[in-house]
Design a protein. Structure first.
Length: 302
C-alpha cells in the first residue's frame, strides 16, 4: 500500500471511529467545536463560548448545553449536555507527554456544527506557548501541521491509535496549529471543571500597562525610570483595591520577587495561596512602600 493510500485509510478510519465524539459549538464558522470526554461532558476552548448557554451539535442534531466550568487563563471549558450516547474520547496523559517532533497526528473538528473535518499531519514543535484570553502565557503547547479551518478551536488532536494528545487552540501564520497538551495537569483541571469547580488561583484585580508603556509614561511626567508594572485601573472591592493599590502605582515586586514582566507576576500568583496574604512593593510617584494583599478563599476574578 502506498503512503497516500495509508494516509487515506487512516483518515477514513478516524472519521468512523472518532468522528462521533466531536461536536460543534454554536452555529456557523465564527464559533468552535469540542470533544466528548465523559457521558454528558464536552471539553472545548474557553474563547469559543459566548455565554453560559451553548448550542451543541452532535451528528447533525443540535441540543442545548450549559457551562459546567471554565478556566479562561488556561483557555479551557467544560460543557454539560446530553451527549446522546456519543463515545468519550480515550484520554492518555502518558501518550501526550511522550509527543515529540515527527509524531504523526490526526486533527478533528466540526466548526460551529457545519460538518466533520478530519486531517493528518505531524508534530512540528513542542514546548510552544501563547497568550490566553486574559493575557496569561500558556506554555508547553504542541505545534502540528494538520490543517484545520477557522472555527476548529476546541477540537481534539489524536495519535494514530485515537488517544487524545491535545486540544486544538490557536492557528498560527503558515497554517500551523497549537494544541494544549492533554497531560495529567489538564486532565485534573477538566475533572474539576466537570464537577463545577472554578479556577482557584488568586487575582489582584488590576489592569496593567505594558512595561515599555510604563517607562514612557513615567518619563513623560518627569519620574525616574524604574522597572515595574504600571497599574492602569483597579477593580472596585478587589484584593488590590482593598490593599490600597491605586491607578498610577508601579508594582515593582511581589513576594520578594522583582517584577519586570507581566509573566513574572502571573508566576507569583500561580504559586500563591488563596487563603494567604501577598506582600507587594509599589512605587507611587517617587515613594516606595509595601502593601499586603489579602485574597478571599477561591478568589478568581481578574
Amino acid at each position: 500500500m502506498s503512503l497516500l493510500e495509508e494516509v487515506g485509510r487512516r483518515l477514513s478510519d478516524a472519521e468512523q471511529r472518532f468522528g462521533p465524539s466531536v461536536v460543534g459549538i454554536g452555529r456557523g464558522w465564527g464559533n468552535g467545536c469540542g470533544v466528548v470526554v465523559a457521558p454528558g461532558r464536552i471539553l472545548t476552548s474557553a474563547h469559543v463560548l459566548r455565554g453560559e448557554d451553548v448550542a451543541v451539535t452532535l451528528a447533525g442534531e443540535t441540543v442545548h448545553g450549559r457551562l459546567a466550568g471554565f478556566d479562561p487563563d488556561l483557555d479551557v471549558a467544560v460543557i454539560a449536555a446530553d451527549t446522546r450516547g456519543a463515545p468519550a474520547i480515550t484520554w492518555s496523559p502518558a501518550a501526550s507527554s511522550a509527543v515529540a517532533v515527527g509524531t504523526p497526528v490526526l486533527a478533528l473538528a466540526d466548526p460551529g456544527g457545519r460538518g466533520l473535518r478530519v486531517t493528518a499531519g505531524w508534530v512540528s514543535s513542542t514546548g510552544r506557548s501563547f497568550r490566553g484570553p486574559r493575557g496569561r502565557r500558556v506554555a508547553g503547547l504542541i505545534e502540528h501541521t494538520a490543517p484545520l479551518p477557522r472555527g476548529s478551536s476546541g477540537g481534539p488532536l489524536l495519535d494514530l491509535e485515537g488517544r487524545l494528545l491535545g486540544l486544538n487552540a490557536v492557528r498560527l501564520e503558515g497554517g500551523f496549529i497549537l494544541a494544549l497538551p492533554a497531560d495529567e495537569a489538564l486532565k485534573a483541571k477538566v475533572d474539576g471543571l466537570s464537577r463545577g469547580q472554578g479556577a482557584a488561583r488568586p487575582r489582584l484585580g488590576v489592569a496593567l500597562a505594558h512595561p515599555r508603556a510604563a517607562r514612557k509614561l513615567r518619563a513623560a511626567v518627569g519620574l525616574p525610570e524604574r522597572d515595574g508594572l504600571l497599574v492602569r485601573a483597579v477593580l472596585d472591592d478587589s484584593p488590590a483595591g482593598c490593599a490600597g493599590i491605586e491607578r498610577g502605582d508601579l508594582l515593582v515586586a511581589a513576594a520578594g520577587r522583582e517584577l519586570r514582566t507581566i509573566d513574572e507576576l502571573f508566576d507569583v500568583l500561580e504559586t500563591s495561596r488563596t487563603d494567604a496574604t501577598l506582600p507587594v512593593t509599589i512605587v507611587r510617584g517617587t515613594e516606595e512602600r509595601e502593601v499586603s494583599v489579602s485574597f478571599e478563599p477561591g478568589e478568581t476574578k481578574p
